[in-house]
Design a protein around this ligand. Structure first.
Ligand code: CA
Ligand code: CA
Ligand code: CA
Ligand code: CA
Length: 377
């Protein structure tokens, strides 16, 4: 794949505006409020200057088991047998993994240690699913800080419980912080990426050992610079996006042979749309390689949306505000999104965000927003 070599020195640049664009901005600001506001919200040319859109959660999960800053990262598992019986897996970074149904009720808690980030590849298509014990499975990985290892699980579609399938403790060479999954469109191989607070990244190939267990081998390592955590890989386009928390979002090649060439998708800026820290990253897959890259802009409790394709042009920002009986999100760490049909409650998919302050709740939790409310085009 082609990547520009390190645009690291580039200034944080909002989308270029023409003179015509500027006049339109002024016109919008001076026009009667009722006309001006929709213009401001709708115009992507305004970049970070536009007020974030507001969307409302319809569901929140049960709080995580531990108090304080404990919930971190969600992953949506899509149940191809019964879409409404899909699930959200969430990390409790002080103690384990939780599985919730789409009403937010906890189905399982697995006290496996300090798991920080979680990712999943659902068995939607037999051809492209991970094969284990001669059958297609839904694969889940979680970076475990207690053992600096990669936890590997499968989901039982009947019980929606996670089962540990790691052949051994898959110990990495770094002090694990963030993690994410990648399935190569070129080779069909699955990989886990892990990274550290020092900005180190390791890529591990996942493969079956014996019958029904997963082992891993390290195939690449590189340095991002400073503290990293959020990451997401594009299984069709072959990109790896990594959030360098104070700096911005980097785009690397996701193949083990892709080296260290990278491009800066967006830099953090005091005026947004990315306010440090950049935390969770996720990809919304739309048709024909299009869609969106969404980032948690933790510094202003918003989410920045970029195009998935091309040079990842900025699209808009949004916030998750209070909905019917569900509080807003703040200081979000991890996020996830799927555009798959999840039944009547989320027919076009769901966006899930960790909530750093769960008002009215004992501990932190995760909020669910219908995808069509987040991005409707
Ligand atoms: Ca936090
Ligand atoms: Ca972080
Ligand atoms: Ca985090
Ligand atoms: Ca909240």
């Amino acid at each position: 794949m082609h990547l520009e070599v390190d645009r690291a020195g580039a200034a944080p640049s909002p989308p270029r505006r023409s003179g015509r664009g500027r006049r339109r901005v002024v016109a919008a600001l001076t026009a009667p409020l009722v006309i001006g506001l929709p213009l401001l919200v709708a115009s992507p040319a305004l970049g970070g200057a536009a007020a974030p859109a507001e969307v409302r959660p319809t569901v929140e999960t049960d709080p995580v088991r531990h108090s304080g800053d404990a919930a971190d990262d969600p992953a949506v598992w899509v149940n191809r047998r019964d879409r409404a019986a899909s699930a959200v897996i969430g990390t409790d970074k002080k103690g384990g993994l939780a599985v919730y149904d789409l009403a937010g009720d906890q189905l399982q808690y697995l006290p496996v240690g300090k798991v920080n980030n979680v990712d999943v590849r659902s068995d939607l298509d037999r051809e492209t699913s991970f094969q284990l014990g001669g059958r297609a499975v839904s694969l889940v990985t979680a970076g475990n800080r207690s053992s600096n290892s990669i936890g590997v699980y499968v989901i039982d579609p009947q019980t929606r419980h996670l089962r540990d399938v790691a052949a051994r403790v898959l110990r990495t060479g770094i002090s694990v912080y963030g993690s994410c999954l990648y399935r190569s469109p070129r080779t069909g191989t699955f990989f886990a990426f892990v990274n550290s607070k020092r900005g180190e990244v390791e890529q591990w190939e996942l493969f079956e050992r014996g019958s029904g267990e997963v082992d891993a081998r390290k195939v690449r390592s590189f340095d991002v610079g400073t503290q990293t955590e959020g990451c997401v890989a594009d299984d069709d386009l072959g990109h790896l996006y990594i959030a360098e928390e104070s700096r911005g979002i980097w785009k690397y090649g996701a193949e083990p042979t892709d080296g260290t060439a990278r491009a800066l998708v967006a830099a953090t800026s005091p005026t947004g749309p990315l306010r440090k820290d950049v935390e969770g990253l996720t990809l919304a897959y739309e048709a024909d390689g299009t869609g969106y890259l969404i980032a948690s802009s933790q510094g202003d409790s918003s989410y920045a949306v970029f195009r998935r394709e091309g040079r990842n042009a900025f699209v808009k920002s949004f916030r998750v505000v209070r909905g019917a009986g569900v509080d807003s999100t703040r200081d979000t760490d991890g996020i996830d999104v799927t555009t798959e049909d999840l039944g009547p409650a989320f027919p076009r998919g769901v966006f899930v965000a960790q909530d750093g302050r769960n008002d009215g709740g004992r501990n932190q939790n995760f909020k669910l927003v219908p995808y069509e409310d987040v991005l409707s085009d």
